[in-house]
Write a protein that binds this ligand. Structure first.
Ligand SMILES: NC(=O)c1ccc[n+]([C@@H]2O[C@H](COP(=O)([O-])OP(=O)(O)OC[C@H]3O[C@@H](n4cnc5c(N)ncnc54)[C@H](OP(=O)(O)O)[C@@H]3O)[C@@H](O)[C@H]2O)c1
Length: 321
């Protein structure tokens, strides 16, 4: 996307100048536009990391860039809004960001910007998948594959909220898995125990898959071979790829059972449909009750926090320095 900069005094921002180095806190030209907000909170989601290291499928390879795909900002009129940015080199990890009002949801004044910034992207992954990508119906059963991360934990809670009869949570981290029953999981299964996973999930209707790769390669045959009714539809929704980008698909998986593999994310769900869900999801999160491990960090510490939080489930949220 074209860069538009103003004659305004420079702002501070996290700036990526090399795909092999974390962003640095630097001066950068202030973005120009009719709707420029003061950024109050911008979270470091996996998607943000993949833009900053050039590996995301939407990456153009262009530098420098300011990372950050979404955030909470204060408009010139004093309203707090959650915003999603278009694919832009001028992201949300900055003092100011140019937003599109069509991609904003106005927030109640009492809502904590850090919580909204931390929760919206991971929550959207299951909310959009179940409401916009597939024909999910209340009463169906859901397996969350990779339920111990931020998006997976929220998927457990959101699937229940949207009417799932049963939610099975699978992950590799036993300590975190044990906590998921308290937030709505009907059953939990350790990923390594393929037999137990297959048995627990034999009759699910939907899989929300945050892992793909080796984890899905083990789970698919484990479930299909134990499925009492192979003609019962099983919709496998690929959302993340924490366990690998590639899945070797064996032809019999698709012939021997009514398995449908689909993906949910930017592109497979039109932007207008994602945007249409923002207000309701933001209002829902604002009501409280969701568990999210958010850590506010001042933006001037971006370089250090970027490296420190790599591989941790802590969701760093940058706030003004
Ligand atoms: N398509 C979309 O709309 C959308 C939206 C948001 C996120 N996502 C994707 O969803 C994925 C998860 O995002 P997130 O925000 O939840 O990230 P996160 O909070 O960092 O959680 C990722 C979790 O994955 C688990 N994990 C990592 N490698 C694994 C492996 N080899 N086997 C099993 N588990 C593994 C880790 O679990 P433990 O360390 O607890 O074992 C970690 O907690 C990412 O790929 C992200 O890009 C997609």
């Amino acid at each position: 996307m074209a860069r538009t900069i103003s004659q305004e005094p420079a702002m501070h921002a996290a700036v990526v100048r090399s795909f092999t180095h974390p962003p640095r806190y630097e001066e950068f030209p202030t973005p120009e536009g009719e709707h420029v907000v003061d950024v109050l909170a911008a979270a470091l989601h996996p998607r943000v990391r993949s833009t900053a290291d050039g590996t995301h499928y939407e990456s153009t390879g262009e530098l420098p860039l300011i990372p950050g795909i979404d955030g909470v900002g204060r408009t010139a009129g004093g309203e707090h809004v959650y915003f999603v940015l278009p694919d832009t080199l001028l992201g949300s990890m900055a003092e100011r960001a140019a937003v599109d009002p069509r991609r904003c949801a106005v927030l109640p004044a009492h809502v904590d910007p850090v919580t909204i910034a931390a929760a919206m992207n991971p929550a959207m992954s299951s909310w959009i998948a179940l409401r916009r990508r597939i024909a999910f119906e209340p009463g169906q059963s859901v397996l969350v594959l990779g339920a111990t991360g931020n998006a997976g934990q929220l998927a457990v809670q959101i699937a229940k909220h949207l009417g799932a009869k049963q939610v099975i949570a699978a992950g590799r981290n036993e300590a975190r898995l044990a906590e998921l029953e308290a937030i709505g999981a009907d059953r939990t299964v350790v990923l390594d125990d393929t037999e137990a996973l297959g048995a627990a999930a034999a009759e699910v209707d939907v899989v929300l898959d945050y892992l793909w790769g080796s984890a899905a390669a083990a789970a698919i045959p484990a479930i299909l071979t134990r499925r009492p009714d192979r003609g019962r539809p099983l919709t496998w929704v690929e959302i993340g790829s924490m366990a690998g980008l590639e899945l070797p698909v064996q032809s019999q998986w698709l012939r021997a059972a009514r398995l449908q593999l689909v993906g949910s994310g930017q592109g497979s769900v039109p932007t207008r449909e994602i945007v249409a869900e923002l207000s309701e999801l933001a209002a829902h999160i604002a009501q409280g009750g969701y568990t999210i491990d958010a850590s506010p960090v001042v933006l001037s510490d971006v370089e250090d926090a970027w490296t420190r939080s790599l591989g941790s489930s802590e969701r760093v949220v940058f706030v003004p320095a």
